[in-house]
Design a protein around this ligand. Structure first.
Ligand code: ATP
Ligand code: FE
Length: 371
């Protein structure tokens, strides 16, 4: 099997060609970093236009790099949710046009499921059931993956996701936003003292596996104000003292933000092992999982609790087409796909995009079980 994966749920246009033995034949990402800098965030309309402008070319490049044409594909996989509906539609339209034109089955993919399952591409020993902590810009999920398509949510955020907090802090600290805030904070934090600010760990009193980052953000915001850190002065022109105080802020934030993850994971592992004693692995994925500090801290917790950490390489943690193609392969193998759309008008009927789509809800309507 050879599957083309298309991802346009947020600000990256990502396409890849993956073979069922796990060989990545090509992967291309076109990011909208310049738009992000200009508008200070993702504007759905702008993002949609940017996707539309590059989608044909990104798909072509992915095929070329794989030395393939559409005729060599077995199926097309595309993210149908969750995400920005305008953006999702660009990917879905493209997928339908290819599938319709070349008589290929189409597989609608859940973006967060793909973040989790890509771990099975890189770690062949990773069998169900396993646990996953999915940490990105829009999600903070702890799940128990019992089987393909069967996910139990152990915890989610009650407000913001950790990646959002990293991005906000980067903005407040005047960091270079030509890429996302996370890597900039990770780098700066290495220069700082992580105990110089005493932020409190979120949700200490809640004995569950949910997350919260809004309170920590407020604490950090107040500390920034009291230290008179001015985001309008870019860090590159800050005085040594100013730079150090920003680094301390980044390091102290990161320590607590990640401690929160550690505590929740520890509780979740103990709980999940009671339910599924055969669990051996905890996967971390999503953009924030590309952070080395996050990886090291979680590795320790996971090992201490008798499991093994599985973490995809950074470029497979952030949004990518490989995870979509791979998840497509997983579903295709068990017969979960839709038939090719009619060639004469592939966009004839509305393909259900699902901007809000909780993971854990079974694949149901809109998707054939077996064909
Ligand atoms: P979602 O998957 O929830 O829809 P998304 O698709 O925007 O969100 P991803 O590409 O999976 O997100 O992740 C992007 C997020 O990861 C951003 O918030 C970014 O700051 C964060 N991130 C990326 N690299 C790092 C890093 N090294 N350290 C911390 N955070 C990081
Ligand atoms: Fe993502």
């Amino acid at each position: 099997l050879v599957v083309l994966g298309i991802e346009t749920s947020c600000d990256d246009t990502a396409v890849a060609v993956v073979r069922s033995d796990g060989e990545i034949l090509s992967q291309v990402v076109s990011s909208q970093a310049d738009l992000l800098v200009k508008y200070g965030g993702v504007d759905p309309k702008m993002a949609e236009e940017a996707h539309s402008q590059v989608i044909d070319q990104v798909v072509q490049e992915a095929l070329d790099k794989a030395y393939m044409t559409e005729k060599d594909l077995t199926a097309v996989a595309v993210t149908i949710g969750p995400g920005l509906s305008l953006c999702l539609r660009v990917g879905v339209q493209k997928a339908r046009r290819i599938a319709g034109g070349f008589n290929l089955p189409i597989i609608g993919i859940h973006h967060m499921e793909a973040h989790a399952l890509v771990a099975r591409l890189i770690e062949k020993d990773l069998q169900f059931p396993f646990m996953a902590l999915l940490i990105s810009g829009g999600h903070n999920l702890l799940i128990l993956a019992r089987d393909l398509g069967q996910y139990i949510q152990l915890g989610t955020t009650i407000d913001d996701a950790i990646g959002e907090a990293y991005d906000k802090l980067a903005k407040w600290l005047g960091l270079d936003m030509s890429r996302s805030g996370g890597p900039a904070i990770e780098e700066l934090a290495r220069e700082g003292n992580d105990k110089s600010f005493n932020f409190s760990i979120p949700m200490k009193q809640h004995k569950d596996c949910n997350f919260s980052y809004a309170g920590l953000k407020t604490q950090v915001r107040r500390a920034i104000e009291s230290k008179k850190i001015d985001a309008k002065i870019p860090i590159s022109s800050a005085s040594y003292e100013d730079r150090m105080s920003r680094a301390d802020m980044a390091a102290s934030f990161q320590r607590i933000a990640v401690l929160h993850l550690e505590e929740r994971c520890e509780r979740a592992i103990q709980w999940a092992l009671k339910m599924e004693p055969s669990i051996k692995h905890l996967v971390i994925s999503g953009g924030v999982a590309s952070n080395q500090y996050v990886r090291a801290r979680l590795d320790a917790v996971v090992k201490k609790n008798g499991l093994q950490l599985v973490c995809p390489p950074p470029r497979l943690c952030t949004d990518n087409g490989v995870m979509i193609a791979w998840t497509g392969i997983e579903h295709f193998r068990v017969g979960r796909y839709d038939p090719p759309p009619p060639a004469e008008d592939p966009e004839d009927f509305f393909y259900d995009v699902r901007p809000r789509w909780p993971l854990g809800e079974e694949y149901a309507e809109g998707r054939s079980e077996s064909r």
